[in-house]
Design a protein around this ligand. Structure first.
Ligand code: NAD
Length: 364
């Protein structure tokens, strides 16, 4: 089976987990390992994915081989792969644009990004030379200009696009049209992690709705110690993240809550948590006879493998679309894998539709 050639933008913790996962699941041919939503998709196994190009701006990553860069500071996620195969891919510097927030300067150098003094490369030329088929965007939250730059570069180089972050590209009709015209699939936006805060909050919301319990108020507080949480201390970068996370939950309600009764957001940065994310969800409702019910949930999870599990499937579905000559949005895949797709479904329906896409029962 041909490899799936991927270009990665932003070699942070999520990219590290994704690349480690390719190694970790190599043994899947011999025996089934836990943690995957699909062992194979259309015949593609996790280790059919090959990272052929990588872009970052950090001096501890740029100019270094991929297998070293994914383990370099400030990455702090768990190293679960016994080893990462030495790679001949050298990380290239991309343009910084709005990728790095000024407030990071206030924090210790080993916790934040350090911009390399090297010149930015020609991203389109690198993409073409590498033979990449799919670009994965893992930039920091708030990187609007940088995400648009990489999306344009993907279009120019003839590369499909998976947008793992909350900048609205894969859910934007205008960007979708551009990819459709270029004959390329696009999946976005903002990865919905395997068992993360969003899917738990959505499923509980649906449960309350289906069982006739009126939701009166809810919050979702998220705390972590990685650079994603450090970056998100800058409230100016958060608008789309809050929209993405809040709409993901509101979409599961027949009558959406008033804004004053729902609070969802990154809530604080605790350095010693590293890539461990702690999430508190509270739901207050009214059930039979007007009687009150409260539900409190705490989730503690390593943030980056949680997203990598889902990206592993999004990449293989994107490759299926390429193989089948399908361009533009893939609503079935986006609804299951992303927090902010073009069209929201319940997670049960989204899962069913993604299976139908994989089996070829529905086109997209
Ligand atoms: N962990 C999850 O479950 C999850 C879920 C959904 C979305 N996300 C999003 O995925 C993204 C990546 O998360 P992460 O934890 O890997 O973040 P991270 O901070 O660990 O990594 C970001 C990387 O981008 C690099 N970078 C910054 N500006 C750049 C530029 N202009 N060009 C190229 N590279 C640049 C940084 O040097 C760093 O290596 C974030 O936006 C995050 O919110 C994560």
């Amino acid at each position: 089976m041909a490899k799936i050639k991927v270009a990665v933008v932003g070699l942070g913790n999520c990219a590290s987990s994704f690349i480690q996962g390719i190694e970790y699941y190599k043994s899947i041919k011999a025996n089934r390992l836990p943690g995957l939503m699909h062992d194979e998709i259309g015949g593609y196994l996790p280790d059919d994915i090959e990272v052929v190009a990588a872009f970052d701006i950090d001096e501890r990553k740029v100019g270094n081989p991929l297998h070293e860069a994914v383990l370099a500071a400030p990455n702090c996620t768990q190293v679960f792969a016994k080893s990462i195969q030495p790679s001949s891919v050298i990380v290239k510097k991309g343009p910084v644009l709005d990728g790095v927030s000024d407030h990071l300067q206030l924090y210790p150098a080993d916790r934040r990004f350090q911009v390399s003094a090297k010149e930015a490369c020609d991203v389109v030329a690198e993409l073409k030379e590498s033979g990449a088929e799919i670009m994965l965007n893992y930039l920091p939250v708030g990187s609007v200009l940088a995400t648009e730059f990489y999306a344009r570069s993907a279009l120019q180089a003839g590369v499909a696009f998976i947008n793992c972050i909350p900048v609205f590209i894969g859910s934007d009709p205008e960007w979708i049209r551009k990819f459709e015209q270029a004959g390329l699939p696009i999946i976005g936006d903002d990865i919905k992690a395997q068992v993360g805060a969003t899917i738990i909050h959505r499923v509980l919301t649906k449960l309350f709705e289906d069982r006739g319990v009126q939701i009166d108020r809810t919050y979702q507080l998220n705390i972590g110690g990685n650079t994603d949480f450090l970056n998100m201390l800058n409230a100016e970068r958060l608008a789309m993240k809050k929209t993405s996370k809040t709409e993901a939950v509101l979409s599961q309600m027949d009558v959406p809550l008033e804004t004053k009764n729902i609070h969802i957001g990154p809530s604080d940065y605790v350095p010693w948590l590293n890539d461990n994310k702690v999430c508190y969800i509270r739901m207050e409702g009214t059930q039979f006879g007007g009687v009150k019910v409260d539900l409190d949930v705490k989730l503690s999870v390593e943030d980056s493998p949680n997203s990598a599990a889902v990206v592993m499937d999004a990449v293989r579905c994107c490759k299926l679309a390429l193989d089948r000559g399908i361009a533009g949005a893939l609503p079935s895949v986006a609804a299951y894998t992303m927090k902010h797709p073009l069209h929201q479904f319940s997670d049960e329906t989204a899962r069913l539709r993604m299976e139908q896409f994989i089996e070829g029962v529905i086109e997209r």
